[in-house]
Design a protein around this ligand. Sequence first.
Ligand code: SAM
Ligand code: SF4
Length: 377
Amino acid sequence: MAGIYLHIPFCKKACHYCDFHFSTSPAYKDQMVKALRSELILRKPYLGNELIETIYFGGGTPSVLSVDDLSMLIHTITENYEVSASAEITLEANPDDLIPQKVKEFRQTPVNRFSIGIQSFFEEDLKWMNRAHNASEGLSSIKRVQDAGFENITADLIYGYPLLSDEKWMFNIRELIDLQIPHISSYSMTVEPATALASFIQKGKQKAMDEGQSARQFEILMDELQGADFEHYEISNFAKPGSRSKHNSNYWEGVNYMGIGPSAHSFNGDSRQWNVADNMKYIQSMEQNKVPFEIEHLTTENRINEYIMTALRTSKGIDLSFVSQRYHSDYSLQIRNSLEPFLDKEWAILTNQTVTLSKQGKLFADHIASELFVELL
Ligand SMILES: C[S@@+](CC[C@H](N)C(=O)[O-])C[C@H]1O[C@@H](n2cnc3c(N)ncnc32)[C@H](O)[C@@H]1O
Ligand code: SF4
């Protein structure tokens, strides 16, 4: 079982907060699609003969691809890899791309899951973020995708930024609940270096993010979605029963995946590798049939600590007996010892051999995980 991720590095506008890899110039789109196709063919041996259970078009903005290019890429995968008949195939889409004709055409492709970047239903928020879509496009894009017959839909919302009052935040969440969206991913606004947002804050043109507001709005998110029967299955992800993201769940479970395209990461159990985050360098290298990547081989310590970081963020939690069996009981003992202060504060819960986070602990997930990291024996 494995997954394939394709990074589509183009966006119509640069959102002020975003440091993902993308270009706002579509000039080399055709060459990029060709290069992605070449990488898919060239890297066939990477996943051995593993069955592909999930395909994920992420970005950037995959919905800027023409339906022909998208179909060609999917066809290249099915021609060269063994793809499960029930594979989850997700396309990240921005609302302004989901115009009636294109949604109709997407229905003719094997794409069966949409991830729509809503972020907020308020006009002033979208302008502040420098999004390419407006509030009414956000709403109509969801309805259009639903009307076309897509049921497996997730929407992204951001919280914790100065314009977002608790009332507005509650409205955004309830709007998605009312629309009967079965999956929601929601992130606290982070100020990444080298973004327009960071520069505005540094120049005093913009208020810094308020940690208290972010924590409060995360709690509102948990309460509202729990009340609407969503499972909080990962810190930033909520799903109605049966609607969890297979692709992301596989990442968190350590399933192998291959990332195609500039900046894309891959993992095969022994190593992580990542492609160059530069469109021109990527295209030129692929024209020579060479994948431009760097690689890191994982030590036992790396593997356990990655497991701690991802597993603690999920509702499954850290399985100490798994750590003992797979690695060494001294590692689970190290984790158990570091856990003590968090059990005392009731931020972590230990049930049999499984460590999960309490509601309060979820506010500090990454900090707690880093405190549980093990050192090499
Ligand atoms: C990188 S985008 C790709 C999908 C699509 N282009 C979109 O904008 O929704 C994936 C998610 O990351 C979120 N994101 C990117 N930078 C962020 C930041 N600094 N803080 C919080 N969320 C962020 C986006 O808003 C979006 O929901
Ligand atoms: S948030 Fe999405 S649309 Fe905005 S710049 Fe980042 S990748 Fe592009």
